[in-house]
Design a binder for this molecule. Structure first.
Ligand code: M6R
Length: 357
C-alpha cells in the first residue's frame, strides 16, 4: 500500500535506505564474512569471465556492477542487453558464468538468453527481487534483492538494491580469492544508507531544480565519466519513461564527437561529478556545453564540489557512488513528470514486467 504517499514511485525512492540496511543485514555473515551460499561462491571463483545479461534499469545496474566486480574481485565482466545477446552472441570465454539481473525475474528477453545458456551447459546465477520467478527457478543459483514489492513502472529501489548485492558479491569473491579489500564493504554500504537518508530528506531542492530546468524542456542530456556515465544512462531512462522528455545519457568525452551539435540556448545538461580522477575532464565538458548556451545542472559529490554547483550529494566510497547519485536523478524525473501532469506510476506504453520478446 502506498499509505500517505501520492505515488508508489515516491514511496519506493524513500524506501531505498531501508532496503540497503535490510540487504546489509541479510548478507552479513559470521566473522566479518558474507552470507552467500557456498555453491555461488564456488561458481564465482571458477569463472574466468562473467557475462551480465539484463534489460533497462537492470542493465544499467549491471554496468555499475561491472566496475565493482572488476575492481574488487579482479574478474573480467561483460554487460549485455538481453534482447541483443541471442542474435549477436559474443565469443565466450572458456569458463563463463552468466548473471541475470532482473527485478521481476520474468523479463522474456532475459529468459530467452537463459534458455540458450542452459542448453550450452553454462552456469547461471539470477539476481532478482522475486525468488520464485521464472529466471530464478531456471537458473542454477539465486541471490535475493530484498527490496520488497516494486509497484511503480519506473524502477528505483530495485536498481540500488541490485548494485548493493553486486557489491557484496564482488567483496565476497575477493575474500574467496584472498584479495585484500581496500575498505569494509558493509561499513561503506551503511554510510551510503545514511547518505540516502540525507537525499530523501531534501526533496524540495530537486523539486525546484526539476521546475527550473525541465518544466518546459523538449530534450535533456545527462553526462558523466566512468561510473557517472553509467548513472547518466539510468537518469536519462528514468526521465524518458515518465516525463516523456527526450533524454540521452552520454560519456562526457563523447559529446564533442557529435551530440554537442544538439546543444542550443537553454538545453538542459545534467552533469554528474562524483569521480575524483575525472573531475577536471567532466568539468571541461560542462564548460563546452555552457559555452554553447546549455543550461547546465552540476550534481557533484562533497569534496569535489564547486560553489556554482546546483546540488551536492554526501560523500561515499568512490566505488559506491551510483547508489547515491542516482537518487537526485530519480527525483528529477519524478517531479518533471508531476509538473507535466503525467501518470507517474503507470506511464504510457509501458508495463511493469515485459513478458514478450
Ligand atoms: O524486471 P526487470 O528488471 O527484468 O525489468 C527490466 C526492464 O524492463 C526495466 O528495468 C525497465 O527498464 C524499467 N521500467 C525502468 O524503469
Amino acid at each position: 500500500e502506498k499509505g500517505t504517499y501520492p505515488h508508489y514511485m515516491l514511496k519506493e525512492i524513500d524506501e531505498q535506505p531501508i532496503v540497503l540496511r535490510k540487504i546489509i543485514q541479510e548478507y552479513q555473515g559470521e566473522k566479518g564474512g558474507f552470507a552467500i551460499d557456498a555453491s555461488i561462491r564456488k561458481a564465482m571463483k571458477n569463472a574466468d569471465r562473467i557475462y551480465i545479461v539484463a534489460a533497462g534499469t537492470s542493465f544499467h545496474a549491471g554496468l555499475a556492477g561491472k566496475v565493482l566486480l572488476e575492481k574488487l574481485a579482479n574478474i573480467p565482466v561483460e554487460v549485455h542487453v538481453a534482447s541483443e545477446f541471442s542474435y549477436n552472441m559474443p565469443l565466450l570465454s572458456e569458463k563463463p558464468l552468466f548473471i541475470f539481473i532482473s527485478q521481476s525475474g520474468e523479463t522474456a528477453d532475459s529468459r530467452a538468453v537463459l534458455v540458450k545458456v542452459k542448453e550450452l551447459g553454462y552456469p547461471a546465477l539470477t539476481i532478482t527481487n522475486v525468488p520464485g520467478s521464472t529466471l530464478s527457478r531456471e537458473a542454477d543459483y539465486t541471490l535475493h534483492l530484498h527490496a520488497g514489492p516494486e509497484i511503480a513502472v519506473a524502477s528505483t529501489k530495485a536498481y540500488t538494491a541490485q548494485i548493493a548485492v553486486l557489491a557484496i558479491l564482488a567483496a565476497d569473491t575477493a575474500n574467496e580469492k584472498g584479495r585484500k579489500l581496500p575498505f569494509d564493504i558493509m561499513q561503506e554500504l551503511a554510510i551510503a544508507a545514511n547518505a540516502m537518508d540525507v537525499l530523501t530528506d531534501h526533496k524540495e531542492e530537486m523539486e525546484k531544480l526539476a521546475k527550473n530546468y525541465l518544466h518546459s524542456a523538449r530534450n535533456a542530456f545527462f553526462i558523466g565519466r566512468g561510473s557517472d556515465y553509467y548513472v547518466s544512462l539510468e537518469g536519462a531512462l528514468k526521465l524518458k519513461e515518465i516525463s516523456y522528455i527526450q533524454a540521452e545519457g552520454f560519456a562526457g568525452g563523447e559529446l564533442k564527437h557529435g551530440t554537442i551539435a544538439l546543444i542550443e540556448k537553454g538545453t538542459p545538461v545534467i552533469a554528474l561529478v562524483t569521480q575524483e580522477h575525472v573531475n577536471y575532464s567532466i568539468r571541461s565538458n560542462v564548460q563546452e556545453v555552457v559555452a554553447r548556451g546549455a543550461n547546465a545542472m552540476v550534481i557533484s559529490m562533497k569534496g569535489l564540489e564547486q560553489t556554482a554547483d546546483s546540488f551536492v550529494i554526501p560523500k561515499v566510497q568512490q566505488l559506491l557512488t551510483p547508489l547515491i547519485s542516482v537518487i537526485p536523478l530519480q527525483l528529477l524525473a519524478y517531479y518533471a513528470a508531476l509538473y507535466r501532469g503525467n501518470d507517474v506510476d503507470k506511464p504510457r506504453n509501458l508495463a511493469k514486467s515485459v513478458t514478450v520478446e
